[in-house]
Design a protein around this ligand. Structure first.
Ligand SMILES: [Fe+2]
Ligand SMILES: [Fe+2]
Length: 263
């Protein structure tokens, strides 16, 4: 006596009066199956038992998925050379290069902010709030670069770090003063970063890389606009307070604000 059980996920379809599971081992046995939780059909060879749930027994038309046939072409595409990424799929060179470029942008901005931190931390400048703000901004931009590097590896691309430009080390400005000048510079850098991110997103769109476009949108674009708004407010306030005592008060406010943000 032969007893064969069809898998619980089998999809049955109706051809004439026969209900046939698409993925089961049915095809090797020419049987007539009746749809019920426990299906039994008597044949010349014996009984066939097919465990099938009610929903799976509904007839489907035009759905014929042959997983082991369709996976064959994917199997042929799996790289065998050790240098090639195994995970890479639909990730074109242009997107890979654009991600590497954005990594470089984030590192460059981080470097400029680090230079600003060093300037405001000098003993003869001594604006602790500014120093702290730019130190944290520098760390944040480096984290942005790091996240892009992780993404590059996740998609099977290769991280290629490029040169970082040497930033200026003095931020004093005869008309604006150092505080306003540095903050205006920061605003320009954030807007430039936003332009670069939008460019990265448009490259992803052009190449139909939905995953990359979603990554840029969800992880970067919202936060970037928030940063632009925040620094714009700082620039507006610094334009009001002038270069002397007002900057000291602003620095104290910045120190408290940054400490509250961390708490
Ligand atoms: Fe950034
Ligand atoms: Fe930023």
């Amino acid at each position: 006596m032969l007893i064969k059980a069809a898998p619980a996920f089998s999809i049955s379809c109706s051809h004439g009066d026969a209900r046939r599971p698409l993925f089961s081992s049915y095809s090797s046995v020419n049987q007539h199956l009746i749809s019920s939780p426990m299906i039994r059909s008597k044949t010349g060879a014996g009984f066939v038992a097919c465990a099938s749930k009610g929903a799976n027994s509904k007839p489907l038309t035009g759905v014929v998925f042959e997983p082991f046939e369709e996976v064959k072409k994917e199997l042929n595409l799996v790289p065998t050379v050790p240098e090639a990424s195994l995970a890479r799929q639909r990730y074109v060179d242009e997107c890979e290069a654009a991600v590497n470029e954005q990594i470089n942008v984030e590192y460059n901005v981080s470097y400029v902010y680090h230079a600003m931190y060093a300037y405001f931390d000098r003993d003869n400048v001594a604006l602790r709030g500014f120093a702290k703000f730019f130190k944290e901004s520098s760390d944040e931009e480096r984290e942005h670069a790091q996240k892009l590097m992780e993404y590059q590896n996740k998609r099977g691309g290769r991280v290629k770090l490029q040169s970082i430009v040497m930033p200026i080390s003095d931020f004093d400005h005869s008309d604006k003063g150092d505080a306003l000048y540095a903050m205006e510079l920061a605003l320009s850098l954030e807007k430039l970063t936003n332009e670069k991110l939008l460019n990265l997103q448009s490259i992803a769109d052009r190449n139909n890389d939905v995953q990359l476009a979603d990554f840029v949108e969800s992880e970067y674009l919202y936060e970037q606009v928030e940063a632009i708004k925040k620094i714009s407010k700082y620039v507006a306030q610094l334009r009001r307070v002038g270069k002397g005592l007002g900057v000291w008060h602003f620095d104290q406010m910045l120190l408290r604000e940054e400490e509250e943000a961390v708490a």
